[in-house]
Design a protein around this ligand. Structure first.
Ligand code: ZN
Length: 254
């Protein structure tokens, strides 16, 4: 089975369409979405509609999804993020607001090997940036491969041995410098993998990020990057009246 892994799309339909062109339905069997479908970007309804058309096997909510549908008051958001959440709440159709409200909280186990979460398996809103965060996430993970999002930075952490056992997580240097990086999933090793953000990358590379996980012939995950029409996404943000900084950051991937 091959899974298309999408995270942090953030209302960026141009980035999502570019990903789906680079990874057409012939390239995967099922879709997993790790949260933050909306927030920041100018096309929340188009993104939700497109995701729903893919009939994902699992979609979990992210912090921006909670804020955009009114479950969370966005108290701990910064000013710009809160403006965007308020804008998104107003822009969403009633049906799509309901869709976000009903999204489950991660983590969700997909099978015996894989689980998905937004931030970490112990707290959907906690960020995994370094090996200290990764150690806590490894202790909470119930599957050898835990896929997460939230930081918008592609990352691979590995740890030998069993859950909660000794050993320091290793972080592979940041990750996708070319178009694709393959991670072979080895038995006896535990993984925390962030595919990066489709719609608002923050690792200095403006290209949309996603991953394909394949457990058919050997087990592997390929982290991918694809260019998209950043200028179009920026124009949509500006004409929606969203803060210009949200348009500017797309060009530099920060
Ligand atoms: Zn996000």
């Amino acid at each position: 089975m091959r899974y298309l892994i999408l995270s942090d799309i953030h209302g960026n339909i141009d980035a999502l369409e570019a990903v789906l062109e680079a990874a057409p339905a012939s390239a995967w069997n099922r879709v997993l979405v790790l949260g933050d479908l909306v927030g920041y970007g100018a096309e929340p309804n188009a993104v939700i509609d497109r995701v729903r058309e893919l009939h994902p096997l699992a979609v979990i909510r992210g912090n921006h999804d909670k804020a955009a549908c009114g479950i969370d008051d966005a108290e701990n958001f910064n000013h710009i993020a809160r403006l965007a959440a308020t804008w998104t709440f107003t822009a969403l159709s009633a049906g799509n607001r309901d869709y976000l409200r009903e999204l489950p909280t991660g983590p969700i186990a997909i099978d015996e090997r894989v689980e998905i979460c937004h931030g970490t398996p112990f707290d959907e809103d906690h960020y995994v940036f370094d090996t200290d965060d990764a150690l806590m996430a490894f202790e909470a993970a119930t599957r050898p491969v835990c896929l997460f999002g939230h930081t918008h930075v592609p990352a691979v952490f590995e740890k030998e041995g069993d859950r909660g056992g000794p050993g320091t997580p290793r972080m592979r240097g940041s990750v996708v410098t070319g178009d694709a990086v393959r991670v072979d999933i080895a038995p006896g090793v535990r993984y925390l993998i962030n595919p990066g953000s489709v719609g608002q990358p923050r690792d200095g590379d403006p290209r949309a990020a996603f991953a394909i996980y394949d457990d058919a012939e050997g087990v592997s995950l390929v982290l991918r990057r694809v260019e998209y029409a950043v200028g179009t996404a920026q124009r949509r943000i500006l004409s929606a009246g969203l803060p210009p900084s949200l348009a500017n950051r797309l060009a530099i991937g920060r």
